[in-house]
Design a protein around this ligand. Structure first.
Ligand SMILES: [Zn+2]
Length: 347
């Protein structure tokens, strides 16, 4: 059994700390200038004590809020809790209803505003963030009546989504245009992807390190080998075992081994318009593995590069939990912001 701990910000009823600097003039001495009991919306706290101070230098007054409070009616804890209800798939109205069951009255419009504000904050936070290793994966989300292609970029240093592109991953030119600006902005040096050929092309053009998710490779190569097991002539079965072994160990010079195997197989005999024989399919497999070998082993020379793209898939999973129930996004920006928020929370 696993226990998930949800961390929401703490809310204090009062604070003994005096302000250290004036908000306006940076003065450092103050007079207490009254106090108010401020009613707040929260699941546990009903009132907090807010002190007013007057700056001795500029004579202006300002309020000092206890931790977890701002000038808003809601505490920070309640605000994030409401956002979380939304990211878990509830509608704004359902979120408002749940809070009313906890005796906190927050309108669905307030939750809507909380969600928008939080999404903007994530966007701002990510804008110039340094990211060295980027996970990329394509997904589809429902919007405007049909499936829309989305390219999800995840900071593999933190597992947090970095941004979303309205880009089809099968289109190398579109992927390159979009990725080039990210590389420049965030300083990305390595991408981790599945073994779709467009990623290989783009990584080479943008001179990025490239790691191909080994779960994907093992899945499709395993299936191909299983099929060939039934179809190739018996005297060649040992080649399949050799391929399995090389993939298991992933030695950096594995492409040499694979190339040597390829050379031992008889050359192509079928005509271009004929179906390929099982042995020819095996040759093609060897050649493809050879060509991609470097992208299977990049993680070995760069310790922080993961050998799978699992973190990216997890972020997409979180987005999908939300996307399933979202209808009627008015714009791509709105949809991207919502998905980013959903991908960032509720892990
Ligand atoms: Zn001042």
């Amino acid at each position: 059994m696993s226990i998930v701990v949800l961390k929401l910000p703490d809310v204090k009823r009062k604070t003994k700390e005096r302000p250290s600097k004036c908000l306006y003039c940076e003065g450092e001495t103050f007079q207490r200038w009254g106090e108010v009991n401020k009613p707040v919306k929260d699941v546990r706290v009903r009132n907090v004590k807010v002190y007013r101070y007057r700056c001795c230098r500029c004579k202006r007054t300002f309020r000092q809020y206890p931790a977890g409070n701002t000038r808003a009616d809601q505490t920070e804890r309640l605000r994030l809790f409401a956002v979380l209800l939304w990211t878990l798939g509830l509608s704004y109205r359902a979120g408002s209803l749940i809070l009313s069951g906890l005796k906190v009255m927050v309108s669905f419009m307030t939750i809507w505003r909380d969600v928008q504000a939080e999404a903007q904050q994530i966007k701002k936070h990510n804008q110039w963030k340094a990211v060295r290793i980027l996970g990329l994966d394509g997904a589809y989300v429902l919007g405007w009546g049909e499936k829309q292609p989305v390219l999800v970029a995840v900071d593999l240093g933190t597992g947090e989504p970095l941004t979303l592109g309205y880009v089809n991953e099968y289109d190398p030119q579109a992927v390159q245009r979009w990725l080039a600006s990210l590389v420049q902005r965030h300083g990305i040096t390595v991408i981790v992807t599945d073994d779709l050929s467009s990623y290989k092309v783009v990584a080479e053009k943008l001179q990025l390190g490239h790691q191909v998710c080994q779960f994907h490779v093992r899945r499709w190569v395993g299936k191909t080998l299983k099929d060939l097991q039934e179809t190739i002539p018996k005297p060649w079965l040992w080649v399949l075992d050799d391929i399995r072994q090389v993939l298991d160990v992933l030695p950096p010079d594995g492409s040499k081994t694979l190339y040597a195997l390829w050379k031992q197989l008889p050359g192509r005999r079928s005509l271009p318009n004929q179906a390929r024989s099982a042995l020819e399919q095996l040759r093609d497999l060897l050649l493809r593995l050879c060509e991609h070998w470097q992208t299977y082993c990049a993680f070995q020379s760069e310790p922080q590069v993961p050998w799978t793209n699992n973190a990216t898939e997890r972020a997409i999973g979180r987005m999908k939990m939300r996307a399933r129930t979202v209808r009627g996004y008015k714009s791509w920006q709105g949809m991207a912001a919502g998905l980013m928020l959903a991908g960032s929370y509720a892990r």
